[in-house]
Design a protein around this ligand. Structure first.
Ligand SMILES: N[C@@H](CCC(=O)N[C@@H](CS)C(=O)NCC(=O)O)C(=O)O
Length: 210
């Protein structure tokens, strides 16, 4: 198995954490700048986005689908809690990051703001900060409702919500978001950042980084 990745990609970072949590020994390749918008990568991922997971049965795209595949492939440790309601709550937090925050602060989307509407660097950052702040505030409110008492988002082991939040918090820092009100999100992030699966997946440890 091989993950086509980039050190700066938060979607790929999610997948690297999951691979480590599952103990899957996958090769991680850093695509050079621009390679994801050219062949041969486009034949694997016609959307030209990072990451893609190469498996014996062919390429998989979209980090959420890749995460689900990894959880199906290696069920233990699970990425979601056992209880159906808690599973849906964990997915809800993950989806705020994957579906609502990340697409709006992604470089491709920010480039469209500049190309179509002439938005400058400061406007791009304001836009990204706006969506990150709103989304993470919602995650904070949702996590504050959880009463399990464990260090991670949904208990004593890290899972889907954690591996989505940690890369997003890195993006928050990159765009200068004030994360100090996010008490629970910060506590979860701190717990994750010292977990071996997260340490090994960190962009600073990426093979052949940008
Ligand atoms: N929803 C996709 C998002 C993938 C994505 O947008 N990746 C970014 C890097 S984090 C990318 O390829 N950006 C290039 C672009 O937007 O053109 C996923 O979760 O896999």
């Amino acid at each position: 198995m091989k993950l086509l990745s980039r050190s700066g990609s938060s979607a790929a970072y999610r997948c690297r954490i999951a691979l480590n949590l599952k103990g899957i020994d996958a090769e991680v390749e850093n695509l050079r700048d621009g390679a994801f918008q050219e062949e041969p990568y486009l034949s694997l991922h016609p959307q030209g986005r990072i990451p893609a997971l190469l498996t014996d049965a062919g390429a998989l795209v979209q980090s959420a689908a890749i995460l689900e595949y990894l959880d199906d492939l290696v069920p233990d440790p699970p990425l979601l809690p056992a209880d159906p309601h808690a599973r849906a709550r964990a997915r809800g937090v993950a989806q705020i990051v994957v579906s609502d925050i990340h697409p709006l602060q992604n470089v491709g989307a920010l480039d469209v703001l500049t190309e179509m509407f002439g938005v400058d660097e400061s406007g791009r950052r304001d836009w990204a900060r706006h969506w990150i702040e709103r989304g993470l505030a919602a995650c904070e409110a949702l996590l504050a409702r959880e009463t399990h008492g464990g260090p991670y988002a949904f208990g004593d082991a890290p899972g889907l919500a954690d591996l989505c939040l940690v890369p997003q918090m890195r993006n928050a820092a990159r765009f200068g978001v004030d994360v100090t009100p996010l008490l629970r999100v910060n506590a979860v992030t701190e717990a994750c950042l010292v977990h071996p699966a997260f340490v090994a997946a960190h962009p600073d440890r990426h093979p052949d980084p940008d």
